[in-house]
Design a protein around this ligand. Sequence first.
Ligand code: HEM
Length: 478
Amino acid sequence: LQKKRDTKKHPLPPGPPPLPFVGNVIGIDPDHPWLAYTRWGTEYGEIVYSRLFSQDIVIINSERVAHDLLDRRSHNYSTRPPGLTSPSFCHDYSTVFLPYSDKLRLHRRIFHEAFHLEAVSSFRPVQMRNAHNLIRNLLASPEVYGTHFHTFSTSIIMSILYDYSTAPVDDPFLALIERSLEIDVKVLRPEVAAVIAEFPILKKLPPWFPGASFVRDAIVQRTLVPMIMDMPFEHAHDDPQAAGTAAPSVVSDALKRIPVKTQDEGEAAVLEKGIKESSASGYAAASETTTSTLYVFLLAMVLYPEVQIRAQAEIDSVVGETLERLPDWGDRASMPYINAVIQETLRWFPVVPLGIAHATVNDDIYEGYYIPKGATVIANAWSMARNPDKYPNSTRFIPERHMSKVVVEELSTHDPASDDISFVFGFGRRICVGRHVAEASLFAAVVNILTVFRLECAPGWNVGPDAEGVKWTGGLTT
Ligand code: HEM
């Protein structure tokens, strides 16, 4: 049955013709939906309407429209599709998937206090120390570079959030959280949410039922999430017998602020819960994204040796060819090319290719098109990164394209949100809260790797400069 609604005589945005009942399921590779959405962008334009069962999906393929809707009309476009916050998967705690609400504002305030532009420089020692560990690990066992990237990303975020030092291998807490993240990345997508919303009965299938893997995943997740939230939190929490003993961390600092602000026990409990939940969300949001970006960096370096040579020449010109010291934060302003390499890495293959879906609170009209209330709104970063007017030869890795725009001033005043590629961090009231931390971690890793190593393709590995043939994993992050 077709939904009947009053579109106020405005048409829906253009899009592929839907099949009866199921909508636009044909032609979408469920693991790589950004490819189909980008194709639709070429065919139908900057804003595309599609339908999955009865779920309206609006795909934004250009930065222009994303800024118009998600920034300028953020009052209407800042919530999340309800299917993403399924209580069966215990996601109702996660900042990333919360609807726009007081709880979300509290989470974002907690993040902002720790991660705003002026505050993040306090994490630099942790980031540089972990970058040095990263190059030591890469030297010892380069073949497991992926594990080392992962250790780098997770160790930084665990130190920052909880002052928790992860074990060099097989950390028991990380094993739990990784299992939980594996499930999240697989399940928390608008396409899956639309199917589950259409057939709530699916949630009731017995776990042994063939194809009911997400029911089994939900059961595992319900066991994991309380552990993931409580274990590191207790580590960062002050010993109640000896107040003020916890080492500095986002969590302990936030907890210390509570008594100053409120004497009310109920309010204090809400704040404490907010701190616990937002910090648990921070780990998930930070680890995969930073690790994946380092994979893209590595891919670029082996496919573009001339970029690598230019980047290394810049480093040599700053720290000296004899390598008497490793680069440090004070060198960053003198390394515009390294900064451009980081920008281009974020652009070349955005690791959150479709961002995290937003949703509309009310009906809207935009450039004559009707956008329904409750629509899932996807900002297609993949397509924005391939805008041929802004990025000629967009499939090529060309750091030089950022050189006129890269900000080289002292980094405490450097706001990546104002940069060319800010779209990879999302939009409006939901823009990534960890973007300043992410950028700094990437600098620490990239500059140290390039100082110490030459990165080359393994013999016999033949991938062209467009990285065609590279297999991108499916999910929220790739
Ligand atoms: C290269 C690294 C990263 C990339 C590409 C990235 C990208 C994104 C994107 C696209 C979103 C969705 C924005 C939107 O809805 O419009 C997001 C949200 C978020 N990110 Fe990041 N992120 C990165 C690193 C981090 C780090 C290091 C943290 C640290 C805590 C973090 C924390 C978050 C949180 C909490 C949200 C949810 C915000 C909300 O829903 O209001 N991210 N990120």
